[in-house]
Design a protein around this ligand. Structure first.
Ligand SMILES: CCCCCCCCCCCCCC(=O)SCCNC(=O)CCNC(=O)[C@H](O)C(C)(C)COP(=O)(O)OP(=O)(O)OC[C@H]1O[C@@H](n2cnc3c(N)ncnc32)[C@H](O)[C@@H]1OP(=O)(O)O
Length: 529
């Protein structure tokens, strides 16, 4: 899942959860075995929730330790950064929220995932091998007031339903100021990947009204963890209507999608989240690069640091008028052979990566742009994914960079109602492919210089396309250019999980004190939406 700016994935409005719908009295949707709570709870809310669950939740706290200190938006100057660092260090020992003990994960402790502090001797599947015949044919039972459904993504009305559910109930920031603004077109790109399985778009409807109240999706992928490549599913967009929260519906959705995926003889999945669950294989941090600082300041995303002025901040983030790399141009469908070879080689250096087929990569980088009926126009207002290549005069493609758009609604702001947000997606460069290893000094220096130019140009293009901010995680080789290009550390973290597979930890581009790990970078090369 993506994140916006300083947003974390705290679900909102606990009060609403308490006014549950009639059918969904506690434990009514799923067998009640306790309930989790989203992170960043305010104490008064915590108390209320505990009461509503008959006190069964006292011990519950899914507050993510890494989010103990909010450093909302970019850290704009060295002095502010230092102050934040200081506050962080001061705050950590006493503020660090208690992470739930393994035993308190009433659902996750039953699943084939690595336990916290589990000693891993060897990598491999957790469950004994099974066949689809070992898996129940029937969906998990639901209360009679609810029913399972499979969403048809070729039916625009059903895509609208997913959009509507997520728009009102998906991830918001802690202050409920920003909310992801997915579009039907975004789902068309994100979910209708080649070979996608219709039955992996799982919904729950209210039986009487047919209203869609929960959703989870899976798309097929191949996941490489070091030298092992697994057929897997990428699971995303888990969402339960706010009025049905804390009713154990999420575990049911997860079990049902697992059943449907297992039925296709697939036993592993990759998923991400801001919440800490047993157990992340890696954790990356969000970084944000202001493009339109004035607007970000207007909407409360980027506060004005002390001892500076708006004008100085605007000038700090000013970008050059023109891109600098000769031969940089929008990718065309005909580039796919070269881009595929380049990206596959580039990604082979990482420890956790998506293994693409050519048609998949074409989908992820080009969607349907350049096909009949959809011109490959960078300025298409509905566009969700942009890929650019660097081509030499003799037609060789040496670099590729891509980013996708996921705007955010700004709630309750008189001046602006939307933030245009670009997210770094896949990229590759040939400059250091012949280096003996990723840690080779000369290769790293060349790569750093090249990626800095490539992403500086991506920022310029994003500005020209009207983006307000460019987000990137500390994955891939991103730590090499983030600071140089004035990306600031955000307060969001993304945990990577692999279902039914134990693996040694993989570097997420952060040092133990959660600053940028330029020396080691990250082993993660799977960019999740
Ligand atoms: C082989 C195939 C395998 C396929 C499956 C692979 C696994 C896929 C896993 C899914 C990957 C999804 C990737 C994304 O989409 S990440 C995005 C998640 N969505 C949101 O944050 C949107 C807003 N929030 C909501 O809609 C709800 O709060 C959700 C639905 C998140 C929880 O609903 P609710 O708040 O009403 O809670 P409950 O009473 O029903 O259930 C409580 C239980 O749920 C556990 N929980 C809470 N949040 C998450 C979370 N983000 N991933 C996994 N588990 C989570 C929690 O620890 C507790 O279990 P335990 O602590 O008792 O053990």
């Amino acid at each position: 899942m993506g994140e916006i700016t300083a947003i974390d994935d705290r679900s909102s409005s606990e009060e609403e959860v308490l006014e549950t719908t009639s059918a969904a009295a506690d434990g009514a949707v799923a067998p009640a075995d306790g309930a989790s709570k989203p992170k960043k709870k305010k104490n008064k809310k915590k108390k209320k929730a505990a009461k509503s669950d008959g006190g069964d939740r006292e011990a519950e706290q899914t507050i993510e330790p890494v989010q103990a200190v909010s450093t909302k938006s970019n850290t704009p100057s060295a002095s502010v950064r230092n102050l934040e660092e200081l506050l962080r260090q001061l705050a950590m020992p006493q503020d660090k929220p208690r992470q739930k003990a393994m035993d308190e994960y009433k659902f996750w402790r039953t699943q084939p995932v690595t336990k916290f502090d589990e000693k891993i001797d060897d990598e491999g599947s957790i469950d004994p091998e099974k066949t689809p015949d070992d898996v129940p044919d029937q969906p998990y039972p639901l209360l009679k007031e609810f029913e399972w459904c499979t969403l048809d993504l070729n039916d625009t009305a059903q895509v609208e339903e997913i959009y509507d559910l997520l728009y009102h109930n998906y991830v918001e920031d802690a202050d409920e100021t920003f909310r992801f603004k997915y579009s039907p077109r975004f789902f068309d790109w994100a979910l209708k990947a080649p070979d996608c399985r219709p039955e992996w778009f799982v919904g729950v409807r209210v039986a009487a009204t047919k209203k869609l109240v929960a959703f989870i999706s899976g798309i097929p992928m191949h996941l490489r963890i070091r030298n092992t490549t697994l057929p897997a599913s990428e699971v995303n967009f888990l969402c339960v209507h706010k009025k049905l929260r804390s009713k154990r519906l999420a575990p049911l959705l997860i079990k049902e999608i697992t059943r449907r995926i297992n039925k296709q003889n697939i036993w592993h999945a990759l998923y991400t989240g801001g919440v800490v669950l047993p157990s992340p294989v890696s954790t990356c941090r969000y970084y944000h690069r202001s493009i339109n600082w004035a607007k970000l300041n207007d909407v409360g995303f980027s506060p004005l640091p002390p001892n500076t002025t708006r004008a100085k901040m605007i000038s700090k983030f000013k970008l050059p008028a023109q891109t600098s790399l000769p031969g940089l141009r929008l990718m065309e469908r005909g580039d796919i052979d070269q881009v595929f070879d380049l990206l596959v080689t580039y990604l082979s250096k990482f420890e956790l990566a998506q293994v693409f087929e050519k048609d998949e990569l074409l989908h992820w980088l080009m969607h349907d742009y350049g096909l009949d009926g959809r011109a490959n126009d960078a300025k298409d207002p509905d566009r969700v994914i942009w890929a650019y290549v660097v081509e030499t005069p003799n037609g060789a493609i040496t670099d590729m960079v891509s980013f996708y758009k996921l705007p955010s609604t700004v709630l309750g702001n008189a001046k602006h109602d939307s933030l245009e947000i670009a997210y770094a997606f896949y990229y590759a460069s040939s400059v250091a492919l012949d280096a003996p290893s990723r840690s080779d000094e000369a290769g790293t220096a060349k790569l750093k210089a090249r990626l800095t130019e490539l992403f500086n140009d991506a920022l310029i293009i994003s500005r020209d396309l009207g983006f307000d901010v460019f987000n990137a995680l500390t994955l891939l080789d991103n730590p090499l250019f983030l600071e140089e290009l004035k990306f600031g550390a955000g307060d969001g973290y993304l945990n990577y999980y692999v279902f039914n597979y134990k693996a040694f930890p993989i570097a997420g581009g952060m040092t133990p004190d959660r600053s940028l790990d330029v020396a080691n970078r990250s082993g993660v090369a799977a960019v999740m939406l």
